[in-house]
Design a binder for this molecule. Structure first.
Ligand SMILES: [Zn+2]
Length: 160
């Protein structure tokens, strides 16, 4: 777990409110990348021409506060990929009402833990655990007018 990100003290966030977007370099998928950066999202989807899109968004050098969000199996923020022209944004929005000063949690997805051979220690369970099987990190997106339909999940940093 990293330093974490928190909502502003004294200011709550309403459910559905867009809080920001994960910003990073879009690169071709590469296993090598995971050994250098701890801030990588896998983005898998299809574009308007139904071509498969498999890229990573690396926030190591260009990232903002969203890259510091920790995992929770019952997160208060959902991450949704949105495409605006050639730019891909991983939009962070509140999954529930968030009180001021609360830690912001996202769901890294089960693969993040299995790939890195780690267990989650969040408050949903008294013992270390894996996120639920149906936990894919982020909801599948079906955007009628968007050229990109897909799913973004945080990539594990595979130790070498
Ligand atoms: Zn957990």
């Amino acid at each position: 777990m990293g330093v974490g990100a928190f909502s502003r003290p004294g200011k709550h966030i309403e459910k559905g409110e867009i809080m920001g977007a994960y910003v990073g370099e879009v690169q071709k998928r590469s296993n090598e990348l995971t050994s250098r950066s701890a801030y990588v999202y896998d983005l898998v989807g299809t574009n308007k021409g139904s071509k498969a899109v498999q890229v990573v968004v690396d926030g190591q050098t260009h990232g903002n506060w969203t890259r510091f969000c920790n995992h929770h199996c019952n997160p208060n923020v959902v991450v949704t990929p949105e495409q605006v022209g050639k730019i891909v944004l991983l939009v962070f929005s509140a999954a529930k009402r968030i009180s001021g000063g609360s830690q912001i949690f996202i769901n890294y997805g089960r693969d993040y833990f299995t790939d890195s051979n780690m267990l989650c220690v969040c408050s949903t369970n008294r013992v270390a655990h894996l996120p639920p099987v149906d936990s894919n990190g982020d909801s599948d997106v079906d955007m009628d007018d968007s050229p990109l339909v897909g799913r973004a999940t945080k990539r594990s940093r595979i130790p070498r």
